[in-house]
Design a protein around this ligand. Structure first.
Ligand SMILES: *[C@@H]1O[C@H](CO)[C@@H](O)[C@H](O)[C@H]1NC(C)=O
Length: 285
């Protein structure tokens, strides 16, 4: 009888332990996780910017609260259980300087800030808290810097008057901005330049080096573009045209041919031959 009692007791203990384990596991299943935080690193005064925070609520249940902070001060709050109107989600009783939320278009994933100024710069934090009973929390932070100087058109230097076929082109593109460093990108004839052609000399200057192959010349010119950009919304560009010397001479020949000027004929022969000789030499090297 006593043995039986003992066995029953151990069984109940085992059941309790099992129940506790299940609780632990399901407790973990109501966790939350921020999967993606998108805060632009740089923006210009007057911009409208989007701060995005994607999260997963494990087990598909609801969450308790979703909040945004700037430098640890809360400015946006969404609590599904409290049936707020979109306007109530903007925390207005204690406004945060430089933070002007467009309450009507902001959602529990994306917050829109209007008319930003340099005071909008700071560290932005997204916080998601899971449901009762665990209230598990996840946070992610990212820094935004707002500049006042408009993006300037870049300057391309190093261009020659003309290029022969297979000659190397060396160009530099420099940012004219003093407050910040924009991103650079190069296009050749409207297509992105091969990354192996691009060098970064310093944060203000990007270089482009490539060989002026015959097929790159279109009607005797290669069109090169340097673009600077800041975030998704600001960009400016400088375009240059690299002229083929032989193409120019050929044009000259056609023009002069009407007058039967013989020296030009010699010129065109050399202009047709030379590139082939270069090509031959190049293939041997
Ligand atoms: C490009 O800039 C770099 C660094 O400032 C310099 O060393 C190089 O000579 C420049 N190249 C041209 C083609 O101007």
């Amino acid at each position: 009888m006593q043995i039986l009692m003992k066995m029953a007791l151990t069984r109940t203990t085992a059941a309790w332990i099992l129940a506790l384990v299940i609780l632990q596991v399901s407790g973990r299943a109501v966790g939350v996780k921020i999967t993606n935080l998108l805060v632009p690193a740089m923006a210009l005064e007057g911009d409208e910017i989007r701060l995005r925070c994607d999260y997963e609520v494990e087990g598909g249940s609801s969450f308790y609260s979703f909040k945004w902070y700037k430098d640890e001060r809360e400015f946006y709050r969404h609590m599904p259980s409290s049936m707020q109107s979109p306007e109530d989600r903007c925390v207005e009783d204690n406004p945060v300087a430089g933070v002007n939320v467009d309450c009507w278009v902001s959602t529990e994933r994306e917050v829109v800030l209007k008319d930003i100024t340099q005071r909008t710069s700071g560290e932005y934090k997204c916080e998601v808290i899971g449901e009762h009973p665990k209230f598990r929390k996840d946070i992610k932070k990212s820094r935004l810097t707002v500049y006042s100087e408009p993006l300037q058109r870049p300057l391309v230097t190093g261009m020659q008057d003309t290029y022969t076929t297979l000659e190397f082109v060396n160009l530099n593109c420099s940012s004219m901005n003093t407050e910040y460093y924009p991103d650079f990108s190069w296009d050749i004839n409207g297509s992105p330049a091969d990354p192996s052609f691009v060098q970064f000399h310093d944060r203000r200057t990007s270089g482009l080096t490539f060989q002026a192959r015959r097929d790159l010349f279109q009607r005797g010119v290669i069109r090169v573009t340097c673009q600077v950009s800041l975030g998704k919304h600001h960009s400016d560009r400088a375009d240059v045209e690299l002229t083929n010397r032989d193409y120019l001479s050929a044009q000259e020949y056609h023009f002069n041919a009407g007058e039967r000027r013989m020296p030009a004929a010699g010129h065109i022969v050399s202009s047709l031959l030379l590139p082939s000789i270069y090509a031959l030499l190049f293939s041997l090297v």
